[in-house]
Design a protein around this ligand. Structure first.
Ligand code: UN1
Length: 499
């Protein structure tokens, strides 16, 4: 299928994709696939005002009815799964199965949020005063700004969108400059759901296309009470304080430097499969990608040999072809950054296997590379830095205590895991003195989380939580109420104030 027919099958005809100034290219072959008109910065105040107007209406719609809209979105996504997945592949270079997996993740969160729309539970709290009752209620909060990254161009939006909508909030979405087409195709699914829903307010969901200045309008506006942003720690360092300074609520999902500890009792064949998927899948461009391997000294050599064998036969190439496991990096800058980082690792004593540009047998114009396995003498500055590419640093340890200390000694805190068949080791890793990350797994890799759990991490990862569990509370305002149904007015804490 040609690039144009993939886009048009997803509801993006050529006419909608040309005539503007923002060039969009495909990582598959570097070719231009669209030149989009951008949202003017001058339009942002009106867009935010429309969202505020929609909020006044949407917040009064009963939550289970709001859930019906998200259920319809799930239906639209089920229908469009193949077409939308193909746009993910075309625009960000994910292999077909991962493009489809991304859409499945959207469908899953829609199902979750639909059920949630009948479960926005508050508490009833015992009052210390006679004839009084206390309650906690969750209310809609207002427009939610969503700034999404290229690597999960639609799934992370859907985590935020599905929750925000059932929670009673309009949404304004600013996708990555690298993936506006996937965003447009996904937004069309939501528009179809809104049309079928019938009476949703205008401006309930708006998509804005452009660069950082468009995002800054959302970040700076007090009329956008919740701002969810996914991207680099550098971006979060700017966005977080700005949102807080205007008393808004940031939900940040930033860098990860995810590790696996491989203990002597580990099932090594299972570990190898988990390592390769999480280090090499999505060409190492997940926030949750495995970047550090902390292996027990006694099994290091065996494991590294198995990994070298697995890495040597990885099919790198066109992500649309069925046998491919490693597609292109998002652009040539990403490849240059990867190669530069490998040079740094070498200068720190690292021994690099793989990590070379691939130009034969792949579409010309794409940034293809063989994944790199790097044996390091220790956890150097380079290892402590997140590089958004398939680089896996291997280090060794002797005691679990030492492994956990090394594991936690990085600025980021997103995802983590241990491979062990020893219960004591597994539980220690999950304990208060174990992994310091938002996600900690046993005998599975750090990536590929299901939507049912809260997703996010600590330290430079930003502290935000999205997706499942009670992450919805981040999209609502909490109201505590005390109701006096007695004929007296006793004061709390035994205070007397008789007049
Ligand atoms: C991200 O990389 O920003 O756990 C999200 C995972 C996916 C989501 C990753 N479910 O790898």
């Amino acid at each position: 299928m040609s690039h144009l027919s993939i886009l048009s099958a997803a509801g993006l005809p050529q006419a909608a994709l040309s005539g503007g100034t923002r060039s969009v290219t495909s990582p598959i072959d570097g070719s231009e696939i669209a030149c989009l008109a951008e949202t003017g910065i001058a339009a942002m105040p009106d867009i935010i005002a429309r969202a505020q107007a929609a909020f006044r209406d949407w917040r009064t719609v009963p939550a289970p009815r709001r859930g019906e809209l998200v259920r319809l979105l799930g239906e639209e996504l089920r229908r469009a799964k193949a077409e939308l997945g193909a746009v993910v592949t075309l625009e960000v270079g994910k292999i077909t199965s991962e493009g489809l997996g991304e859409v499945q993740e959207m469908i899953d969160i829609c199902d979750f949020a639909t059920g949630l729309s009948r479960q926005l539970y508050g508490l009833t709290i015992a009052s210390e005063r006679p004839g009084h009752r206390m309650a906690e209620t969750w209310h809609p909060i207002g427009p939610v700004g969503i700034i999404s990254a290229f690597n999960f161009p639609v799934a992370v939006w859907s985590w935020n969108a599905a929750l925000a909508l059932v929670c009673g909030n309009p949404i304004i979405w600013k996708p990555s400059e690298k993936s506006p087409l996937t965003a447009m195709a996904a937004h069309r699914c939501l528009e179809r759901a809104i049309a079928r829903f019938g009476d949703a307010p205008d401006g309930l969901s708006q998509l804005v296309i452009g660069g950082p200045e468009i995002g800054a309008a959302l970040v700076d506006s007090p009329d956008v009470p919740v701002l969810s942003a996914t991207g680099s720690t550098g971006m979060g360092r700017i966005v977080g304080p700005k949102v807080l300074a205007r008393w808004g609520r940031p939900i940040l999902e930033l860098g990860g430097n995810n590790a696996m500890i491989v203990a002597p009792s580990a099932d090594l064949d299972m570990a190898v499969r988990a390592i390769v998927f999480s280090a090499v899948g999505t060409a190492g461009q997940r926030c949750t990608s495995l970047r550090r391997l902390i292996v027990h000294k006694g099994i290091r050599e065996t494991l590294v040999e198995k990994l070298k064998a697995a890495y040597s036969s990885l099919p790198v190439g066109d992500p649309r072809e069925s046998g491919t496991l490693v597609g292109p990096l998002v652009d040539t800058d990403a490849r240059a950054a990867m190669l530069a980082q490998l040079e740094r690792a070498r200068s720190e004593g690292g021994v690099v296997h793989g990590g070379v540009a691939v130009t034969e047998g792949v579409p010309a114009g794409g940034a293809y590379v063989t994944p790199a396995l790097v044996e390091m003498p220790g956890q150097t500055d380079t290892v402590r830095t997140e590089t958004f590419a398939p680089i896996l640093y291997v280090m060794e340890y002797e005691t679990l205590e030492e492994a956990i200390a090394m594991h936690n000694d990085v600025p980021q805190g997103l995802s983590s895991c241990i491979f062990t068949l020893d219960l004591r080791e597994a539980e220690t890793f999950l304990s208060a003195s174990g992994s310091d990350c938002g996600i900690a797994n046993v005998n599975i890799g750090p990536s590929g989380a299901e939507i049912g759990g809260a997703f996010g991490g600590e330290k430079e990862t930003g502290g935000g939580r999205e997706s499942g569990s009670d992450a919805w509370k981040g999209y609502m305002r909490r109201q505590t109420s005390t109701i006096n149904y007695s004929a007296h007015l006793p004061l709390a804490q035994g205070v007397k104030f008789d007049i």
